[in-house]
Design a protein. Structure first.
Length: 125
């Protein structure tokens, strides 16, 4: 279960950043290549969708897949790869990030019970 929860924390951390305002998201991600990194990391295959331990509900898996699908639609011009804070902010303010940002907020709500279960798992560890 450690591996699953590690993957969960990694993915949710990126979704949490995306769910923030563009300014807060950039600050949270270090103001460097933010859009490109979020694009890449949120598309990465994880145990979340495969869920070999059966910890996720169908609704939770679907929410992850829906977020991934929306991130995949973010065009190259919204993830320019600019390495300055201003370029990262301009990327994250691109309108194509609006839907993924909203879906990331929804995903965090849907995954809250799993986050609580993770906390219990680690507190009993």
């Amino acid at each position: 279960m450690d591996s699953f929860y590690s993957d969960f924390d990694w993915y949710v951390g990126h979704a949490r950043s995306l769910a923030m305002s563009p300014e807060d998201c950039c600050a949270d991600q270090g103001n460097f290549l933010v859009a490109g990194e979020l694009f890449y990391f949120l598309l990465q295959p994880t145990q979340l969708v495969d869920d070999p331990l059966g910890l996720m509900t169908t609704t939770q898996k679907l929410a992850v897949e829906i977020l991934r699908d929306s991130v995949e639609l973010v065009p190259p011009e919204a993830r320019s790869g600019g390495s300055t804070a201003a370029e990262s902010l301009a990327d994250m303010q691109h309108p194509s990030w609006t839907l993924p940002r909203r879906l990331a907020q929804e995903l965090l709500t849907v995954l809250a019970p799993l986050a609580a279960a993770r906390d219990v798992f680690y507190s009993n560890g």
